[in-house]
Design a protein around this ligand. Structure first.
Ligand code: 5GP
Length: 206
């Protein structure tokens, strides 16, 4: 197989909390060796099973604010009283090596990236109602009632931003949603601009 040396493609993925974004993305990462997950910074406390440096860089609010002042972030936003941000380094390192990168960010961060990155924007929708989403959040068991209520309110607001995205994946069935995601990744890799930038020189007369 011919190896291409194009820069990596960035996939920005948003969707309400509990919609199954992480499950879709985890499965996609297992299936596609050229995909990687961008590790964000956050001031939120780690959940059970989360590892610093893998799921997030868990930092204090003062450390996060220092990074903002140092212009370390490509985007950052406050979500449910915690700060979340994608560093320039998290994106530029992997994409410079040709690795396609997934950025899982909420809608305010995604809106900032619209102007700053040439990326593919994807929104994950819950299958039916917010009631179903509520059941999922409860079964996850990691958040209390107030947090869940607030998350549902935010979910409603977030769904209002769907028109700013290029693709929508409805997570009705996980396997199908993963397939849909992979199809979008493959289509992006085949966009004429990207392919032709790489291949043009081979077809130009000498
Ligand atoms: P959680 O606390 O459940 O891991 O994430 C809460 C929300 O923050 C999710 O919608 C997630 O996509 C978003 N998020 C995670 N990392 C980032 C980031 O780097 N920037 C922004 N803007 N949002 C993020």
């Amino acid at each position: 197989m011919t190896t291409l040396s194009r820069p990596g493609i960035v996939f920005v993925v948003s969707g309400p909390s509990g919609v199954g974004k992480s499950s879709i993305l985890r499965a996609a990462l297992e299936r596609d060796p050229n995909l990687r997950f961008s590790v964000s910074h956050t001031t939120r406390a780690p959940r059970t099973g989360e590892t610093d440096g893998e799921d997030y860089h868990f930092v204090s609010e003062s450390a996060f604010r220092e990074l903002i002042d140092a212009d370390a972030f490509l985007e950052w936003a406050e979500y449910q009283k915690n700060l979340y941000g994608t560093s320039h380094a998290a994106v530029e390192g992997p994409t410079g090596e040709g690795i396609d990168l997934i950025l899982e960010v909420e809608v305010q961060g995604a809106a900032q990236l619209r102007d700053r990155l040439d990326a593919v924007f994807l929104f994950v929708l819950p299958p039916s109602s917010l009631g179903e989403l509520e059941a999922r959040l409860r079964s996850r068991g990691s958040d209390d009632d107030d947090v869940i209520r607030k998350r549902l309110e935010i979910a409603q607001q977030e769904i209002g931003h769907v028109e700013a995205y290029d693709y929508v994946v409805v997570n009705e069935d996980l396997a199908r949603a993963v397939d849909d995601f992979i199809v979008i990744v493959r289509a992006a890799r085949l966009e004429r601009g990207r392919v032709w930038d790489e291949w043009r020189s081979r077809f130009e007369s000498e």
